[in-house]
Write a protein that binds this ligand. Structure first.
Ligand code: BDR
Ligand code: CA
Length: 306
């Protein structure tokens, strides 16, 4: 079981990613940090506490960045509802741990052996970037960084940029340049994890507790996407966690990844899959996902929670 620090902005799909992480013995979830993103930090932090509380998970939760490194905060209530959880009300969770996310991340890394910790980022990259930028030596403690971010093709925030990358491109650039391998679950991958009415019905038909019921409620509330001709909505963040739980569900290839920081395409990820730039690969691009296997495992794992 590998030590994991997870940074999130719950967020409907973040909630499901958290439950998958908590339910999976492959992951030793040591710390959850929270940033503003899908909604403001004043909601993402209580949402994270509630999601973990519902699963009875004893993981410290620490709040952090309420805005990107540069510029103002903007939110994404179109997809996540004004409460960030698609209107699914959860009981209040245990209190947050004191302190700030970047400090908590640095403290965990400092105490870890080289090449040992996996960072999973499923929101704007600000908290991890602050941690590594203030103490660059700590990147050596990191084994792998797994991010739901970016797109090879079309974006979902602007035509060019995916939401997490667009919210804090400077932070993403810090992670892509930190010298550790970055595994990318982009929109092109998560487009394969479509939440369809049939998949929601299959989850509802499963035996399970409060977490499974909340998960099905959240999935049922996701607005179907125009991009997928109303067939369903992509389930982004759990894909990043699933890579750690069941890598056999994925195919991948090395790539050179960077992020555009100026002009109208700000936040666009540039992903060179074929070594055209001649630069050494800094990323592993997740390319295909066995979606049926993914949803089956999601149901099984979350179904085993409280
Ligand atoms: C990403 O943006 C957020 O809306 C989701 O939670 C996910 O992390 C997808 O672009
Ligand atoms: Ca997210």
């Amino acid at each position: 079981s590998r030590p994991v620090l997870l940074d999130c902005d719950p967020g409907t799909d973040d909630a499901i990613a958290l439950w998958l992480a908590v339910a999976s013995p492959e992951i030793d979830l040591q710390l959850v940090t929270v940033a503003g993103g899908n909604v403001g930090l004043e909601l993402t932090l209580p949402n994270a506490r509630a999601v973990l509380g519902l699963a009875d998970a004893r993981v410290p939760v620490v709040g952090g960045a309420d805005r990107p490194l540069i510029g103002a905060f903007r939110s994404e209530t179109r997809v996540h509802g004004t409460d960030g959880l698609g209107g699914v009300a959860l009981p209040e969770g245990p209190p947050a741990a004191p302190g700030l996310a970047a400090d908590a991340i640095r403290a965990r890394l400092r105490a870890a052996p080289p090449d040992s910790v996996t960072l999973v980022g499923i929101g704007p990259a600000t908290n991890f970037a602050l941690a590594l930028a203030t103490e660059p030596d700590l990147a050596g403690r990191v084994a792998e960084i797994v991010l739901m971010t970016g797109a090879v093709g079309e974006g979902n925030w602007t035509a060019a940029a995916e939401f997490n990358a667009a919210m804090d491109p400077e932070a993403l650039a810090i992670l892509l340049g930190c010298g550790r391998p970055v595994t990318l679950a982009t929109l092109d991958l998560t487009a394969q994890a479509l939440v369809t009415p049939a998949r929601v019905a299959a989850l509802r038909a499963r035996e399970g507790g409060a977490c499974l019921r909340a998960c099905a409620g959240i999935l049922a509330a996701l607005p179907p996407s125009r991009r997928f001709a109303q067939r369903g909505a992509p389930l982004h963040d759990p894909c990043a966690v699933a890579w750690l739980v069941a890598p056999e569900l994925f195919t991948h290839r090395p790539a050179v990844a960077s992020v555009v920081r100026d002009g109208p395409d700000r936040g666009r990820t540039r992903i060179d899959r074929w070594g055209r730039s001649g630069a050494p690969a800094n990323a592993r691009l997740l390319e295909t996902l066995d979606a049926d296997g993914f949803f089956a495992q999601l149901g099984e794992r979350i179904g085993a929670l409280r």
